[in-house]
Design a protein around this ligand. Sequence first.
Ligand code: HEM
Length: 466
Amino acid sequence: MALFIAIFGLVLVFCFCSALLRWNEVRYSKKGLPPGTMGWPLFGETTEFLKQGPNFLKTQRARYGSFFKSHILGCPTIVSMDPELNRYILMNESKGLVPGYPKSMLDILGKCNIAAVHGSTHKYMRGALLSLISPTLIKDQLLPKIDDFMRSHLSNWENKVINIQHKTKEMAFLSTLKQIAGMESSSISNSFMTEFFKLVLGTLSLPIDLPATNYRRGFQARKNIVNIVSKILEERRASNESYKDMLGSLMGKNDCKYKLSDEEIIDLVITLIYSGYETVSTTSMMAVKYLHDHPKALEELRKEHSAIRESKNPNDPIDYNDLKSMKFTRAVIFETSRLATIVNGVLRKTTQDMELNGYLIPKGWRIYVYTREINYDPFLYPNPLIFNPWRWLDKSLESQNYFLIFGGGTRLCPGKELAIAEISTFLHYFVTRYRWEEVGGDKLMKFPRVQAPNGLHIRVSSLNNN
Ligand code: HEM
């Protein structure tokens, strides 16, 4: 009898689950949608996506082709893995393919954040941002600040075990803060950093507004950051001094082409820090990892930087010409971004029903422009799983159509050259001052974000003590 009840129970559970799955498929079986599966009600296929990562998407592609439907991270989603189509989607925001980032991210980053604005407002905010990071400004104002910061951030690492993940995260944050507000490490920058780390966690969490959730904490952190920046704005207005930093430019009354409200300035500051934070820090950390594992590449990189150092006095900063001469460094940065796939893809959403690739995509659906696989295409990158920076010395690789490491179209990363300046300066001081070895045993996760859950520890010694 007990056996019969158990079997009956199992059959019942099986029927219920099948009915639920079927019901969810029927719900989304509108005519004209691409093939694919929608998984469970509410959760969709999020578990498979997060657990199996890229393999899940590759399996679905093998079944349904490069353009299929799914339900991930709370939204009905079209996954596009077709390089041609991905380019089309990125180039056609004006046809109703706007950024589709999750609610927690948009809530916490603010309503004037660049990912939240479209059309002419986006053009204006992007123009304001670009005016802060033009090549001339990188040359005259930002690079000297970055150099000064890296010099001190990378001092006294010898004979220590360093968590390079933590150090590069601090670096990405503090270096940007110095460029924005000329701020050195201080009690204000430290409390700003603590709040910023909470804000980042909030943007990556589910939008559940309950006490002690990361979303609520992230929201509170945003409020604290707004207070910190508002206070700086007030103090600067009261002092009548002029400041040669990003805030100074944004607040400039007559000489600034872009007139922004305080709310817009604050959201732009958050945009600047947030956009470069994870990308710059993770690329720097992974460059350290790959260079450690590939001594020939490290030797070549060190040769490039030693030649620059030897042409200078020890305290001379690196300048724009030095930066432009760092061809192999640039190649290391691209190869690191490609092989580690720091950015898996970008998100868009439809603002109206539309036809795409011969299918009908309903309004409000998310489109995951998944660019990861192109990084491992053997036709573009022979032996794609090998770390080979030399491949990037052929400049045409950087300008080929499917190079989407920095996005594309109207949302192409405006911070690309600034990021390269930061990572190159970091690498300059790192490889000319130190040698290092991994302590070992640290786990590295590749998906959905590249990270070392318990840190990446290296034992550092001075290059001159051998
Ligand atoms: C290695 C470093 C970096 C990588 C790999 C990277 C990658 C990207 C990608 C893929 C996008 C496109 C997003 C989309 O289409 O939705 C993007 C956009 C953006 N990036 Fe970067 N980024 C990096 C560094 C930076 C830095 C340092 C800044 C700081 C200025 C920055 C600011 C931005 C902004 C503001 C956008 C949004 C542009 C817009 O919506 O018009 N990025 N980035």
